[in-house]
Design a protein around this ligand. Structure first.
Ligand SMILES: Nc1ncnc2c1ncn2[C@@H]1O[C@H](COP(=O)(O)OP(=O)(O)OP(=O)(O)O)[C@@H](O)[C@H]1O
Ligand SMILES: [Mg+2]
Length: 351
């Protein structure tokens, strides 16, 4: 096994403010005890309804959460092994809500600052709305030059120009596009710029948060194909976050399913998509229209609404809506169990 990233017991809680003094009155458990790993070069799909914690997981891993929620409480561990390094770097190590974020290298030699810069180079992010994530005042050339100059300061001016031209070609844009600004492009083209920017530093992992959700279906397919081609050529892994299950099934090797911040199922893309085991995944998948006569599906309609995170049910978070729930389900949070090799399900009552 060639492990790139390992996340253990990640827990993220956001403060809820109230009263005239705007004190913290409660904590919103956005992500609870989530563990998974990503292998080098693979695509792990992360699915779940709106608010299930997908974006929060991605942002926690790249250290972005503090910008939007300074008082967020993060707990858990994550280790990351860049390609040129044999041993993992501790990416995330925080306890008890008080931040003790450490970038500790298990092999000696680099300062924390050097490590942080290196990690930024190896883990990139692509966002749903490229217009919001690309600086509107910078031309494409400037947007792509930024990461290149930061991470490869030794590049000469002409090498930089060559590298930018090469990146544009890799993502299917024209050399002249370097002089244009983000607003002058279509949505699909903008996402190509976002991909070029992510690719610029030769990352090992690209966290893609709903990268095609804002695009027309025909453009979605083009961008997905491009992402697959780039992965084949450069070998980076994707954490592919989306709520569209057919898109995720198409691009992923494995799929992880989130419900109210809990990981409820994790397995190969085909198993999770064609033979889901967790009652929640079954309901989610049963709602996806399929065109294959080999696989028949009956629509499972769940009772009730998805509960608020502030009133998260005790025990298994899914039990109030679960068709096979028993009294015990309210008592304890079921751990992920490996039902068949590589297929993990957080429910003791399915086989
Ligand atoms: N900065 C924040 N401050 C407070 N609460 C937040 C913050 N960011 C996210 N949340 C809450 O955490 C929960 C998980 O949000 P998150 O954005 O991770 O969901 P998601 O699965 O990405 O949903 P979507 O599919 O809509 O993008 C939500 O209830 C959300 O309201
Ligand atoms: Mg999101």
């Amino acid at each position: 096994m060639n492990e790139l990233l390992r996340v253990e017991q990640l827990r993220v809680r956001f403060p809820v403010y109230g009263g005239v003094l705007q004190r913290i009155v409660a904590w919103l458990p956005a992500v609870t005890d989530v563990s998974f790993h990503i292998e080098r070069g693979e695509t792990l799909g992360l699915v779940g309804e709106s608010g299930s914690g997908k974006t929060t997981i991605g942002r926690a891993l790249v250290g972005l959460l503090r910008f939007t929620a300074p008082e967020v409480a993060i707990e858990g561990h994550a280790w990351f092994t860049p390609s040129e390094q044999a041993r993992p770097i501790e990416l995330l190590s925080v306890f008890d809500g008080r931040e003790r974020r450490k970038l500790r290298e298990l092999a000696d030699g680099l300062s924390p600052h050097e490590l942080r810069t290196r990690l930024r180079r190896h883990i990139q992010m692509v966002f749903q709305d490229p217009l919001a994530s690309l600086n509107p005042r910078l031309s494409v050339e400037q947007i792509l030059a930024e990461p290149l100059q930061l991470h490869f300061p030794e590049l000469s001016k002409s090498e930089l120009r060559d590298r930018i031209a090469w990146l544009l070609e890799k993502v299917g844009l024209q050399p002249e596009d370097r002089f244009r600004y983000p607003h002058e492009f279509s949505g699909g083209q903008r996402q190509r710029i976002g991909l070029a920017r992510a690719l610029a530093t030769h990352p090992d992992l690209v966290i893609c948060d709903e990268p095609v959700s804002a695009l027309d279906v025909s453009v979605q397919a083009q961008v997905l194909n491009l992402m697959e081609d780039l992965q084949e050529e450069f070998g980076m892994a994707y954490l592919f976050i989306a709520h569209d299950l057919s898109v995720v099934h198409h691009i992923s090797r494995r799929i992880a399913v989130l419900y109210l911040g809990h990981l409820v199922e994790l397995g190969s893309a085909d198993e999770v998509y064609f033979a889901p085991l967790h009652p929640y995944t079954r309901a989610l998948i049963s709602a996806v229209p399929i065109a294959s006569p080999r696989h028949k599906r009956e629509r499972i309609v769940l009772r009730g609404e998805i509960p608020s995170l502030l009133n998260k049910p005790s025990g298994c978070p899914f039990h109030p809506r679960c068709p096979i729930a028993r009294a015990e389900c309210a008592q304890f949070v079921p751990p992920l169990e490996e039902k068949t090799p590589g297929h993990w399900v957080a429910c003791p009552y399915v086989d």
